[in-house]
Design a protein around this ligand. Structure first.
Ligand code: NAD
Length: 254
């Protein structure tokens, strides 16, 4: 595991009451950063995880808010930025599959207008809103953004075509923002593959997991700590890396 001294750094991680976001918040807090954990106000894990991290002596705060709602999202980023006295790192990680089981690409009835609007608003406009609201802070700190995309951005195979499309757009926006916000802010993404230890709403079937077990060269799912380490490199290291999407998938798409 790589390490860094992040004392004095301030970060905001969206969707961090569980999974990759929580693993990232925990790693950065352990390395000395002050971390604002965002998640939906109704998610009881947000308060309990913040309390657990605080009891462990870390500098963390809860930043409840819905990234799928413009007003709530902007207010959440502003509150977090004010409370911490700035933002060095923004991790746009919150997303939803909008379904508990995989929707076949050809099922256009379930992938209706309402479904599109919901996923676009959370998975794509969420990062757009957070980036816009955090940009003044990040410019001042010459900070970094990491977007959580997905390997489904490149070759499909996600929970729905709509989900894949939102992640593909996020990979594209990562390059757009890298150019547009340079030289003050570096912008990168990670593309996770198989994830273990998260609360992801779309549950994979046993057959799907058995297939992954066969196909992933490193023969195991990625843990939140695996993904957090990649995010750490892109935030606290990688001084000459921007516009890049780092595939972190145990070799699945190799
Ligand atoms: N689990 C997978 O198979 C997988 C694979 C590739 C990429 N990803 C991506 O990784 C990221 C993290 O997912 P995870 O696997 O850790 O799942 P997770 O469900 O444990 O974490 C996602 C968090 O986002 C929160 N969230 C959802 N909508 C929100 C909103 N509107 N506002 C604020 N918070 C919201 C959820 O409450 C949850 O706590 C997501 O961007 C996801 O698309 C996941």
């Amino acid at each position: 595991m790589i390490t860094a001294d992040l004392t004095g750094r301030k970060m905001l991680v969206t969707g961090s009451a569980s999974g990759i976001g929580l693993g990232t918040a925990e790693l950065f807090a352990r390395l000395g950063a002050t971390v604002a954990l965002n998640d939906l106000a109704g998610n009881p894990l947000l308060e309990s995880e913040v309390a657990r991290l605080r009891d462990a002596g870390h500098r963390v705060l809860a930043a409840p808010g819905d990234v799928g709602n413009a007003e709530s999202c902007q207010a959440m980023v502003a509150r977090a930025g004010e409370a911490m006295g700035g933002i060095d790192y923004l991790v746009n990680n919150a997303a939803t599959p909008g379904t508990t089981s995989i929707i076949p690409a050809g099922d256009l009835e379930r992938q209706n207008e309402e479904f599109w609007q919901r996923l676009l608003s959370v998975n794509l406009m969420g990062p757009v809103r957070c980036t816009a609201a955090a940009a003044p802070y990040l410019k001042k700190s010459r900070g970094a953004i990491v977007n959580t995309a997905s390997i489904s951005a490149f070759a499909g195979g996600g929970s729905s075509s709509v989900y894949c499309a939102t992640k593909a757009a996020l990979v594209n926006l990562t390059k757009e923002w890298a150019r547009g916000l340079a030289p003050d802010i570096r912008v990168n993404a990670i593309a996770p593959g198989w994830v273990a230890g998260s609360n992801w709403e779309c549950k994979w079937t046993d057959d799907f997991v058995a297939d992954l077990e066969q196909r992933v060269p490193l023969q195991r799912p990625g843990t939140p700590a695996d993904y957090a380490e990649a995010i750490l490199f892109l935030c606290a290291g990688g001084a000459y890396v921007t516009g890049h999407t780092l595939v972190v998938d145990g070799g699945l798409t190799a």
